[in-house]
Design a protein around this ligand. Sequence first.
Ligand SMILES: Nc1ncnc2c1ncn2[C@@H]1O[C@H](COP(=O)(O)OP(=O)(O)OP(=O)(O)O)[C@@H](O)[C@H]1O
Ligand SMILES: [Mg+2]
Length: 385
Amino acid sequence: MKDTFPCPVARIGLIGGGQLGRMTVKAARRLGCTCVVLDPLQGSPAGQVAGHQIVGDYSDPAMLRELAKSCDLITFELENIETETLIRLEAEGHRIYPRPELLANIQDKYRQKRLLREAGIPTSDFMDMPKPDADVFDSFGYPLVQKARRGGYDGRGVIVMSDARAFAGHLSVPSYVERFVEAEKELAVIVARNAGGECRVYPTVEMRFHPQQNLLDFLVAPAGVPPEVARHAEDLAVRTVEAMDGVGVFGIEMFLSSDGQLLVNEVAPRTHNSGHHTIEACVTDQFEQHLRAILGLPLGETRQLSPATMVNLLGEPGYQGRPLISGLAAVLAIPGVCLHIYGKAVTKPGRKMGHVTVIDETLEGACEKASVVKKSIKILGDEKL
Ligand SMILES: Nc1ncnc2c1ncn2[C@@H]1O[C@H](COP(=O)(O)OP(=O)(O)OP(=O)(O)O)[C@@H](O)[C@H]1O
Ligand SMILES: [Mg+2]
């Protein structure tokens, strides 16, 4: 393996300037890399720390080409990118990880499900639904979940239907239906894999969701499951990334069903919300790990050094405009609290504005502190709705 590098070690082109990008840029700087961010929003969270941003659409072929020309390799922090140009750029010799073809297979959730099924990865039963039809939904059977094939995130594009009456609220976009899983827990596993096939997996975490917003509410690391279940989840996650021949960091979301089965829900071809705690709680965080993986460098240790919980800081309902952080000093006074503010210029109800990781000697202690954090800190805005 190459052992002497110039400085910068690599110039990384990052498609998407959100919080995942911001944390990737920070890790990149630590490793001696520089970043150029492509994002339509001037001064995006990642652009602010990269110092160099191309202001343009993620899917604009001219912008993507400009990004490719100014960097040694390209990666992305979001799935909803037009892949045709990326496939062309790759064919012309530009390095892009994860591979654009895999991104195309994952960003269409129906194709992703088919990929999982073909690889023998357990996942809930599903059926294509090019045009929603009440009779077809009926014959598939309720309760079911209708999912948009493309463009959904943070639960948008997902409709849980308990019975035929719910059909009235269906999504009228290309979609598929899948079996509703009676989940005891939702788990996630972060896996890193480099082009040489070397793989590292982080300890399984448990996600708890906000009942209304369907956003990750609370993350518990390690997951509160027996060690053999955690090991099984980690094996399954590694098998999933191997089956996809993935290069980079991947977030594998799973259900632990009430009858004890592990089913893969979905695969994110990028760093993941459920891996934020790795910044403080693990030897190598997921963002640095992603860079190591795509640069073909040795992968870092994934060992968790301390129990941790993570809380998303969402824009408080009823407010928009310039963010005002209330309770900031109070939470910083709690030992073990690590605050991350993403630098977004405006808040909106439910928008991810930051997160807090709490580390503590015990998971119970971390959870108790996290509930205090949730109550104490609020992202308000200077305009009332
Ligand atoms: N088959 C299912 N059975 C039961 N609940 C489900 C099912 N599919 C999805 N859900 C619920 O809906 C949530 C969102 O679904 P999914 O992860 O597929 O969508 P998403 O929009 O990509 O979400 P995110 O961006 O938050 O990961 C899941 O975390 C889970 O709580
Ligand atoms: Mg999900």
